[in-house]
Design a binder for this molecule. Structure first.
Ligand SMILES: [Zn+2]
Length: 326
């Protein structure tokens, strides 16, 4: 891709960018603005509650509900729903600090994938901040299980996903995504994968006042053994790619990028969140490491905001340095 983006420093957006859409659960129009943010501030959501501005940190400590989407909330009762695909885009592109202002309680679903967020972010581009990026380095295996589903965080010099799903419907069946991840892989292999749902569940959701904004514009709909969307699938294994996209966003709720390999079998938001909170609760299982300073002559600055493959290599070398220090 021509750009070598060295991931030693924290990043934010070069300027603010606005997006509009509908909330998949509320069905209501919503506008979000991604603002640049200071180093070490992380990803935060700015919502309004009883006329007051409230910030909600994108961290697993603030998860309120995971039934259908990821809902974060503050102590005062302010909430923000459906954060997962935006979180995935931010983490997938290695963006550390952003303030996400939302006017209507839910991140818009857009086309059901992370690509509209990726495009909006690339429109304004990223900038480095004068602070080293720090990672959560997994030191020992963490395993969580739930009703025949399991997830494992394993020590690894880099970030790797190995996600497998197994559905009865022949439309999906057994699918696996197994790859090292960097912004280039995220953008090309995962970002366009859409969320999916089963028609037999939709009526129940609508009756419960959920999924009111769900449509064939933003969801791959499966009815028994066929896909209802006229345009078909973006990949034959779009389903597992979306699960991997979700995992990137869910693991981002650790608050810092991870150095680990994450394996899951039939996982989802709840399992991914459980893996992260189990890890963070075990202080012997992880440590914080920073990327060592990179000599200036090897840094090539990206000027067009496009996030290329280079960062993956930098993260990998950072991980190797980090391993030496422990
Ligand atoms: Zn999803």
């Amino acid at each position: 891709m021509g750009n070598s983006y060295v991931g030693a420093k924290q990043t934010t957006l070069s300027q603010s960018v606005v997006m509009t859409g509908v909330g998949v659960h509320s069905g209501a129009p919503v506008s979000i603005t991604l603002h640049p943010a200071d180093a070490d501030s992380g990803i935060n959501f700015l919502v309004s509650k009883d006329g007051k501005d409230v910030e909600i940190q994108a961290h697993c400590d603030f998860i309120k509900n995971l039934t259908l989407c990821t809902i974060l909330g503050s102590e005062c009762g302010a909430v923000v729903a459906t954060v997962e695909h935006l979180m995935s885009a931010l983490r997938g592109l290695s963006i550390d600090n952003v303030l996400v202002e939302i006017d209507n309680g839910e991140v818009p679903i857009m086309d059901g994938s992370a690509m509209p967020f990726v495009r909006a972010i690339e429109e304004v581009g990223l900038k480095d901040l004068d602070a080293p990026r720090s990672f959560i380095k997994v030191l020992k295996p963490i395993r969580v299980e739930e009703n025949g589903c399991w997830g494992e965080l394993l020590p690894y010099n880099g970030f790797r996903l190995d996600v497998e799903i197994d559905f009865e419907t022949p439309v999906i069946g057994r699918q696996r995504f197994n790859s090292d991840l960097n912004p280039g892989v995220f953008r090309e292999e995962l970002a366009r994968a859409r969320t999916f749902g089963f028609m037999e569940q939709v009526e129940g959701l609508w009756a419960a006042g959920r999924a009111l904004g769900a449509s064939l514009e933003n969801t791959v709909a499966i009815d028994k053994d066929k896909v209802l969307n006229r345009e078909g699938l973006r990949w034959d294994d779009e389903f597992v790619r979306h699960k991997a996209l979700d995992a990137v966003g869910d693991l981002a709720l650790a608050g810092s990028p991870l150095l680990c390999s994450y394996k899951s079998y039939r996982g989802g938001h709840a399992l991914n969140a459980k893996a992260i909170s189990t890890l963070l609760a075990d202080k012997d299982a992880w440590t914080k490491v920073s990327v060592p300073a990179v000599p200036a002559h090897v840094i090539e600055h990206h000027s067009d905001g496009h996030v290329g493959d280079g960062q993956g290599a930098a993260v990998l070398s950072a991980a190797n340095f980090a391993a030496d220090r422990n």
